[in-house]
Ligand binder design. Structure first.
Ligand code: C5P
Length: 312
């Protein structure tokens, strides 16, 4: 199929931004975790909600920009594409709900597994994504493509393999039962990551609606599920010290980077696919490992790499 120059430009730009965004998110999270501030730590659940809100806001601005800054057209687009098409909007509840489940599963995984085992096992999502792309989108992958995915998965798992650490506290031993729960949680998360990504790709590529409208729809459900998370996990703490307890400029940076991440992921899925997204995020794992080693002079990538919402 003929690909326009503009499409290629968007593709390379979004892939580049995704690598930079994932790398900076990893490093900012790592830094924010090592920074010992006073007072309570910020609530991860509220950061998730704020990131969704910011994502929706940016998408609104982008639609506004796409339609020559006309409030009238913006209003019409939102009404016609979101309100008047409830079934189309409802479709997005599926990936949104699965992403919420995935984020919670990863939280369970991290509570029952050490970070290194979690990171290494989670790389299986590279293969589940390929499997879903083949079965749901009818993509065809040749032998060399399967082999390169296997090599990528192994390589990234090896980059994150635990290194012998001479200093620091010895890790608390985890029971076999607890490890099993953790591994099962990661394995389900691998399938949910592959399925949700490919389902979103099918929606984005199967209809004419813009990627920004689709992201607003996804974000609206994300907001609802996220608010439920705040009440369920942190309701008590919110009542005691408020939603913004423990927020500092670094927290806001993490929130902004997370919102940007959602937008860039959507753009990459639209102009390329989930498999290429896997390559880009893998590249950023290697990049952040190198930066940690050479710049931060502190090599222990297994502890903080490619973090997800629950590890905020
Ligand atoms: O590990 P995985 O690549 O599946 O993680 C994708 C993450 O990106 C999820 O946390 C999901 O909430 C987020 N996402 C998003 N907006 C999109 C697509 C994914 O925020 N359009």
């Amino acid at each position: 199929m003929f690909r326009g120059r503009t499409t290629d430009l968007y593709l390379y730009m979004s892939l580049g931004v995704l690598v930079l965004q994932t790398t900076s998110l990893v490093l900012t999270m790592r830094y924010s975790r090592t920074l010992q501030g006073e007072g309570p730590r910020y609530l991860a659940s509220s950061a998730v909600v704020l990131a969704e809100l910011l994502k929706i806001l940016i998408c609104l601005l982008l639609i506004f920009y796409d339609h020559d800054f006309s409030f009238l057209v913006l209003n019409r687009v939102l009404k016609e594409e979101i309100l008047n098409k409830p079934m189309e909007t409802l479709k997005l509840a599926i990936p949104s709900g699965i992403y919420t489940l995935q984020n919670n599963l990863l939280y369970v995984a991290l509570s029952n597994l050490d970070a290194a085992t979690y990171q290494v096992t989670y790389q299986l999502k590279i293969l589940t994504t390929a499997l879903f792309s083949v079965s749901m989108l009818g993509k065809r992958l040749g032998l060399y493509q399967w082999l390169s995915l296997l090599i990528l998965m192994t390589g990234i798992a090896l980059v994150q393999w635990p290194s012998e650490s001479l200093d620091g506290p010895a890790p608390t031993p985890l029971s076999a039962g607890s490890q099993l729960v953790g591994v099962i949680a990661v394995l389900i998360a691998c399938f949910s990551s592959g399925f949700a990504g490919v389902y979103f790709e099918k929606i984005l590529k199967g209809t004419k609606q813009s990627v920004w409208v689709r992201n607003i729809q996804l974000g609206l459900f994300g907001l609802v599920f996220g608010l439920m998370g705040v009440f369920v996990y942190d309701g008590e703490r919110v009542r005691e010290s408020g939603v913004f307890q423990g927020y500092n400029p670094l927290t806001w940076t993490v929130v902004a980077l997370q919102a940007l991440g959602g937008l860039v992921i959507a753009t990459v899925i639209k102009y390329a696919d989930n498999i290429l997204k896997g390559f880009a995020t893998s590249l950023s794992i290697i990049l952040s490992t190198l930066i940690s080693y050479f710049w931060l002079v502190d090599f222990d990538p297994t502890r903080y790499t490619y973090a997800h919402t629950p590890t905020l």
